[in-house]
Design a protein. Structure first.
Length: 766
């Protein structure tokens, strides 16, 4: 019957996970096996059905739609609301979709609830505590589980994330990992996190519902669960996760002990994305009797980004500090300064960050003395923050020194988070300086280091991914740069690291320009400028965005706008001044004014230029060579280009040459004729910069084509190697090479080496 149908039959079977009769399942598999060409079978199930699905996965005949595919986007959520006759601002719909994590049924229930509200513009407070949602989750999810699993899920609702051992510590079970695996595969609103070893979390709305169920058990039951969670987390190296549970249990002495033991780790981890809600504030009497509690609560406020509350508790701590005596006051001063530094890292300018880091460094004993672990840890925290501030300010040499010392101190103090963070930023320092080989190696080290306990992989590594993207771009690998840049963007929080976010935007502009998409490049610059309007960024980052915009405008031929944009910035001092001068010089060169271009170029060669980033030196030298060529000074042009190649070759720079246009290609081609020690590199650059229509192919101009061996010898003729040296390079006898040369000259209709090279280029053989 199926074979006689004009179109494939679509058969929908729902609730397939309820099928347990082996005979029925066997019949379904037989049906699929013998009728798959004329049958489209759609199976609906909460859990994966007990069928041999691997067969159809391997054959490519199976399409699977799981939670990520079913999740509604903000646009789809808006369409649903409009279909239900609800008019809400797009921002509110997006916030609702984000809170519900795109859950389709939740959005449908939300639309029903919204019908009864008057103020739809502010209607985003919808979640697991809504009666409709609670009824649905209770009947469709919780009620389907055995009683002991239901109790474990309710108990685990106090956690931001779950793992088997932690669930066992809360519930007294010994099968927590298996329970979570089953819940995951039965789609019981348990979601895996990108961590190793694996951890999980509840869907946000389901977690809210479970928290409501937990409140019915009473406050004392919840406090006991928080105590158990805090004990397990602290014992497993997760003090930043343990502290909120200790505070939620109202265990003020325990919270103080935890803070005093682990304050260095807590300060280090403040920059990590926080979660959860702020615990109930401690009573004033507890803070007065134990001022360290104010610092502990300030650390918790910073973790969940309650910055005003954190400022208030830091002020309380400041008032309490003079009332202390002896060693306790000194220790308290260091901890308070470290927290003020952490607070500055969540929204301060590079200048403020440098000041806060200097304040903390002034309180610890010098590094060359026999220091305590507290001093070593505090120094590591301060130096890491100082290195970040110096990097943001463009002080690359100082940043390298600070970050290197921070890594050494962090290893001595056993602060597991800082080495990866410092290595990541150190990779970016080296990439910006043009030390491409070292930058790539340092980035690999940073990416291979384990993340902070309890944090997703790569949480520290935005700068390392950005450094890798910069290396890829300079070495002319735009396809490899794209995913690295996207990883950097996804890991960089503009609220915490606005300078890094702006540099990501600038690098994206460069990548788009390299692809020839000038509109996208300019859009990337505008995205970076939006960060500028919201935060007080350093001049270094502002100028870097301006230089990227200038490159885009120059590529578009808008050189007048480039000069208007950059010339007012020239009076500035610092690392970006030389970059500004190079960008302006390129605009003059494009205007056909090589003399003015040369006059504004900074010193780019010799000892005086050694502190200038290598990419800037290469760009400046290339402009110098092009200007000399326009002047007709072939000798200076050749000398300058050879010096540029000497700078570029060891680090593998390619983009400066391959994306600079036909003038640069002609410059390189002429340089082969005049002789160069970098002939293989220049040949590679010429091949890479050829337009697609200019690639070598079949050339009817030759009556007798060159053989592959003759083409190889022909490429060597561009170099300054003698015939004997070419023979040694190719492992051939000199007589064999001479035979190939005679054949090449005969087929090309030439009698001399240089004539053969020129004829080959005319024929696009080179």
């Amino acid at each position: 019957m199926l074979s006689q149908l004009p179109e494939p039959l679509v058969l929908v079977l729902d609730n397939v996970d309820c099928l347990h009769d082996r005979r029925v399942l066997h019949n379904v598999e037989v049906l699929l096996r013998y009728a798959s060409a004329r049958l489209r079978l759609v199976l609906g199930a909460r859990a994966e059905p007990v069928l041999q699905l691997h067969r159809w996965r391997l054959s490519g005949e199976l399409t699977e739609l799981r939670m990520p595919e079913l999740r509604f986007t903000a646009t789809e959520a808006a369409e649903l609301m409009a279909h239900q006759g609800l008019s809400m601002p797009d921002t509110r719909v997006a916030a609702l979709a984000d809170h519900l994590e795109g859950w389709p049924a939740g959005l449908r229930l939300a639309s029903l609830s919204m019908r009864q509200r008057v103020d739809l513009a502010g209607a985003t407070g919808f979640g697991g505590d809504d009666q409709r949602v609670g009824d649905y989750l209770s009947d469709e999810v919780l009620a389907t589980q055995p009683a002991d699993i239901r109790d474990a899920m309710v108990s685990a609702s106090i956690l931001e994330w779950l793992c088997g051992d932690l669930v066992d510590a809360l519930t007294g079970r010994d099968d927590g990992e298996n329970m979570l695996s089953v819940l995951l595969h039965t789609n019981a609103f348990v979601i895996p996190r990108a961590t190793h070893p694996p951890t999980y979390r509840f869907h946000r709305t389901f977690g809210e519902f479970l928290s409501g169920e937990l409140r019915r058990h009473g406050a004392s039951f919840g406090a006991e669960l928080h105590h158990r969670a805090a004990g397990w987390l602290a014992g497993n190296g997760l003090p930043d996760h343990a502290l909120p549970h200790m505070l939620a249990a109202d265990d003020w002495p325990g919270a103080v002990d935890l803070f005093l033991t682990h304050w260095r780790e807590l300060v280090c981890r403040v920059q990590h994305p926080g979660g959860g809600t702020l615990a109930r504030p401690p009573p004033a009497a507890a803070v007065q009797s134990d001022p360290e509690l104010a610092l502990g609560y300030a650390a918790e406020c910073l973790r969940v980004r309650e910055l005003e509350a954190a400022d208030g508790y830091l002020q309380i701590a400041g008032r309490q500090q003079p009332l202390m005596a002896g060693d306790r006051r000194d220790r308290f001063a260091i901890m308070a300064a470290a927290l003020r530094l952490a607070r500055t890292q969540l929204g301060g300018s590079p200048a403020r960050l440098m000041s806060a880091a200097a304040e903390l460094l002034a309180l610890v004993r010098p590094a060359d003395t026999d220091t305590s672990p507290a001093d070593v840890g505090a120094r590591a925290v301060a130096l890491a923050a100082l290195g970040r501030a110096q990097l943001d300010a463009g002080e690359l040499d100082l940043a390298e020194a600070s970050l290197t010392m921070a890594m050494a101190s962090a290893e001595r103090a056993r602060l597991s988070c800082l080495p990866a963070l410092c290595s990541s930023r150190l990779a970016l320092v080296r990439a910006l300086r043009g030390e491409l080989v070292a930058a790539a190696g340092t980035a690999r080290v940073a990416l291979e280091l384990p993340p902070c306990p309890g944090q997703p992989e790569g949480v520290h590594c935005a700068a390392a991914y950005l450094a890798t993207a910069i290396v890829d771009i300079h070495q002319d690998r735009p396809a490899e740069a794209e995913p690295h840049l996207e990883a950097a963007a996804s890991l960089c929080d503009p609220e915490i690291e606005p300078e890094l976010a702006a540099i990501v935007a600038a690098v994206r502009g460069q990548l788009c320009q390299q692809r020839g998409d000038l509109a996208a490049a300019y859009a990337a610059v505008l995205a970076g400028r939006r960060v500028l309007t919201e935060r007080p960024l350093s001049p270094h980052v502002r100028h870097r965005l301006a230089i990227t915009e200038a490159e885009v405008r120059t590529a578009h031929g808008d050189t007048g706008a480039v000069q208007q944009l950059l010339e007012p910035l020239l009076p500035v001092t610092g690392s970006t001044q030389v970059e500004l001068r190079v960008a302006i010089a390129r605009s003059y060169l494009n205007d056909g004014d090589p003399g003015r271009a040369t006059s504004i170029l900074p010193v780019w060669d010799g000892e005086q230029a050694e502190t200038t980033p290598l990419p800037v030196r290469i760009e400046a030298g290339l402009i110098h060579a092009l200007a000399a060529r326009q002047h007709g000074d072939r000798q200076r042009c050749s000398w300058v280009l050879e010096a540029v190649l000497r700078l570029a070759e060891p680090e593998g720079f390619r983009r400066a040459f391959t994306s600079a246009g036909p003038d640069t290609r002609a410059l390189l081609a002429g340089h082969l004729d005049s002789g160069t020690a970098y002939w293989s590199m220049v040949s590679e650059l010429l091949a890479a910069s050829q337009p697609p229509e200019d690639q070598p192919g079949d050339f009817p101009a030759l009556d007798e084509p060159l053989t592959q061996r003759e083409l190889t010898v022909l490429r060597y003729l561009q170099s300054i190697l003698s015939t004997g040296e070419i023979a040694r390079e190719l492992h051939l006898s000199i007589n064999t090479v001479k035979t190939h040369l005679r054949n090449i000259y005969r087929k090309l209709g030439t009698t001399r080496r240089r004539e053969a090279v020129r004829r080959a280029r005319d024929l696009r053989l080179l």
